[in-house]
Design a protein. Sequence first.
Lengths: 569, 404
Amino acid sequence: MKMTGRVLLVLLVLAVAALLLYPTIRWYCFVPDSAKAIAAGSNEDIREYSRGQAARAVNALTAMLRTDRDQAVPEEYRYLEDEVENKPDEWTVYLLLSSFSTEGELFSAVEKHYREELLDIKKLSGNVLQLGLDLRGGMSVVLEADTASYAESHDGHVPSGSELTELLSGDIEILTSRIDEFGVSEPDIRLQGSDQIVIEVPGETDPERVDSFLMGRGALTFCLVDRGLTERVNAEYLANPSRAFDEHGALISPSYIPSGFTLAGYYTEDEYGIEELVQFVVLDDDIVLDGSHLVSATMERDGMTGRPAVNFRLDSEGASIFHRFTSAHIGDQLAVVMDGRVKSVAVINDAISSDVQLTGSFTEEEAQSLAVVLRTSSLPIDLTVVSQQGVGASLGSDSVNVALKAILVGFLLVILCMIVYYGPAGIIADVALMMNFLMMIAVLSAMHFTLTLSSIAGLVLTLGMAIDANVIIYERIKEEMEEGLSVYEAVKLGFGRAFWTIMDSNVTTIIAAIVLSVLGSSTVKGFANTLAIGVACSLFTSLFVSHLLFDFFISEEKGNVWFSWRRKK
Amino acid sequence: MKKPFDILRYRYVALGASGLFILAGIILFFVLGFNTGIDFGAGYSERVSIAPAGLSVSYSGEGTAVLSVDSRVLSLTIRTPEGVEEHVLDPSLYPTTDDIARELEALGCDTVLISSEKSGNLISGFGYPATLSASPFIVNFATDTVDVTIEDVREALSGIGSVNVQTVGFESEAIYQIRIPVEEESGRAAAESLVNSALADAFGAENIVVMQSDFVGPKFSSSLFRDSLLALAIALVLILGYVALRFRLAYSISSILALAHDVFAMLSFVLIFRLEVSSTTIAAVLTIIGYSINNTIVIFDRVRENIVKAQGGIVNVDGIISLSVRQSVTRTIMTSLTTLVAIVPLAIFSTGDIKLFAINLTWGIIAGAYSSNFLAPAFLHYFHRLFPVDKIKEKKEEEEYSLV
């Protein structure tokens, strides 16, 4: 390969590494802490914050309109100018506000601005090199499917491998939504092996709170809808959503709603995963039925019309309550309420007992998500805690400081060793080592690995081992020089002869690391991943990059690189 | 002329020394057994500090207030729809709990001062970051003296039965690791409340700070052990296969024997020094396998090359083995040295699992370098006799190769 080609390849690798590291750099250097703090909340927190900001902005702008309609738009609302189609040369508050046809439109424009910004940051936080629980505190729980109790309640049927996986994915879905409702940021919930679920919750160390979302049931209720009040509230609020919320994003209940009735929002999930308010519903406070009577829920197509429908089955007690109620309220509307929020509203067409079919004007996805809502009130298969670990946040940050210090000392010592022993050639090896370090961090962050104490140990060890390839090459070059070859020839031959030695020795190390990574427990995994990535990167940096560096200094005709501080005559 | 150093002459010494060391390990295994951590024996463990409650904080103002701690510094974050405000209560600005309490009052919290301590002695455990509410949240501070000794903790827990208490870190910090075994069918919550209620009876519930807790159920610990053995076996078989493919069977068997030595030497080390066995020990053993095979292969590669290079029909294998070890000695020393200087700071500065891991690795690196240089050549010497060298079959098609 030509010299320019080799330089380009190295530059390309560096560019890719920089690109992979970009989210991490952006997160740690360019995102303000205040935005991070807000984005760290749950989607619900973000929505409330955005709504609060939108209500504030609408009030502030309309107040400005009243005092001086021709004043310039303040800096903090400048983003609204991009939302409008006709753009005048000179913006005034009046011109800006008149480009929105309703107050509602303005409200949603402001809300959208905050929502998109914060969700973007939240998404970014998932793409950066994060610290593991042992470094920032939190709780990790390993749960195992309780197949014995499942068999008991299913006539002795023990779930097979694929069935079990399906049941556990159901559990994961439920746990994810429950944990999100607790406002916990970035929980990591995943399947491990065939019958275990691992949950990692950063920051949360109260075992009882964790237990409550593991074992608790979601609050699912069926309530009667008051049609008259519902229409009145919607007529007023849908035109002006800013009036429906106070500055904290909470719903304001109008004074004409009598006691015994509650105002609730009817939400569906939008494309951001945030629940969007569709309309308002006034509910009768008397709960018809709660979720404990629900046995199963599935999405199906209605046999007659082919429209999506949600079928759910009730236990015998629930069925008799439901039958009594529905026969008395034919023609009324019934709402499915989850944690105070309306998930579905349906008209009661018949007296219903155990098998309930909800039909409505919902799409297949909506029916599917409603079935999930109904199902999430109980886990498809019970879970038992097999291991649980909690680390206090400060204990984590203390160990970070210690580990970082140890890494730094180790790194400097390795660099020093090479320079002391190999002189100028040692500097070349050190440059290769630093590039190796950069590549490792880039790959780790691209693969969304979290940095745990064990992976830091892997990092340190790998740095020590990565230098080995350079040592092998240098020893070889020195030998060839002792045979009387010129530096150029010796370097050429040294790299060539060392190639297979380095390959063989590193491939065996990578084999061991991969086995560890696949079969090891999570602590071991973090370590093995860094080791495998580091050793693989070191193949490139030592065989390619340091060879290139040598060729900068040595050509066939001239140049020299010393392999020691002692000069031989 | 001085005779060159012949490593093979010392093979009996090396084999004998290694054999004795491993034998000591085996005897200890049967006499005392492993000092197993909770990873391998079902149990509950927690790290606690008994520190007096300094003040209690509650908040009933607007928005949410979160009290968090970073490197022994408290900070209060108040989140309202207007945005987020963060106040750091640096001990240099607020040296005592009285100062902290006054500042928190000024920021809108309600505080009750319980005892006056240095604010730099903050002890934090579970519960941080804490979302403050109307019910008081207790902040603990250590005193400058050790008020609760390890004997006091043992005394408090004496009613529980088999319980193990150890000091973590410096004695002056008074942080204790408590460990109890868990019977089949009994859960984490039961074990946790058993320990914590015993501590609360002796020292008062508000003075107990739990910093870390671990629970390993009986099912988990048995599967972990099984998986580790499986990982070890698979790694060995794959390495054996690769080396047999790239070299010859004699090299492959010799390197695996040297590896087996490393595994046993590591385990003997752990047994002799009574180090705790946990999943990190398994990781250390597997790492050393990767590290030591690397060393052995470098030497064997040299042997193979020298055999091909040797002139004449009859090859003096023993001479070549010894020559190859000599040729690689600088490299062996340099690599072991660079790896050691990287890992030793971790063994010295860090604590807990990682310290243990680093100590294991340090020993493993030494044992690995030793076995690659003294044992693997000796094994190769014997196996070359079993599988005599056939120069034509000695694979080395690629004399050299370059990426550029």
